[in-house]
Design a protein around this ligand. Sequence first.
Ligand SMILES: Nc1ccn([C@@H]2O[C@H](COP(=O)(O)OP(=O)(O)OP(=O)(O)O)[C@@H](O)[C@H]2O)c(=O)n1
Ligand SMILES: C[C@](O)(CO)[C@H](O)COP(=O)(O)O
Length: 228
Amino acid sequence: MTQLNSAVALVPAAGRGERLGYGMPKALVPVRGVPLLVHAVRGLLDAGRVRHVVVAAPPDDVDAVSALVGGLPVDVVPGGADRTASVGAALRHAVAAFPDVRIVLVHDAARAFTPPEVVGRVVDAVAAGSEAVVPVLPVTDTVKRVDADGVVLDTPDRAALRVVQTPQGFAVDTLVRAHGSGVSATDDAGLVEKLGVPVATVAGHPSAMKVTTPHDLAVAEKVLVEGL
Ligand SMILES: Nc1ccn([C@@H]2O[C@H](COP(=O)(O)OP(=O)(O)OP(=O)(O)O)[C@@H](O)[C@H]2O)c(=O)n1
Ligand SMILES: C[C@](O)(CO)[C@H](O)COP(=O)(O)O
């Protein structure tokens, strides 16, 4: 693996999983006996394009998470109050520990069944010169914009809309600049967009869905893990 196309992956895993309601941090919830975080980390490493992973864990669970990933090329740091803060903590660690890294991925622990080809497409696009890359899917439902009372305002043209997944890939300097800007966003590409940097897209995959609700967990148990 050359340095040019090998990435360090940051995995924000410090969320509480309130919408899942499993009674433990979502990253630790088992699917077929293996925590979501471990599925996600193995998936990144198995893609063959990631040399090291930095996990942002719930602050009270850093030791437990370190034990789960023992023996793998993984560092664990305490996460922050929101996703942006957790990614920021992992990014600071990665830059200090791997000063030669050029490509950084940010990948939700909750997208634990992302196929390796998606990881490859994102790394390839950054290696080819894009400063920021996101995997996307077309929108298949009609989407409405609503007001505060839930009354429909209008119907955006869905041909111009995309659903955005992870891993998102960045030139390391671009991601450092975006996280230094002091704003927050629901994804890292959102921070980069605010710098005026173009964000490229590559094809995502339905199996890269985010496990958010009990229904998603049932899908993961019954469908996604079969491919592993
Ligand atoms: N303070 C936080 C909040 C979220 N995340 C991570 O960001 C990813 C996407 O977040 P989401 O799926 O919304 O997870 P939760 O925040 O745990 O979900 P909820 O909002 O239902 O509590 C997850 O891997 C989650 O662990 C994080 O590292 N630090
Ligand atoms: C990063 C992300 O998974 C892209 O779809 C998403 O924005 C995370 O959002 P969440 O509200 O933290 O689940």
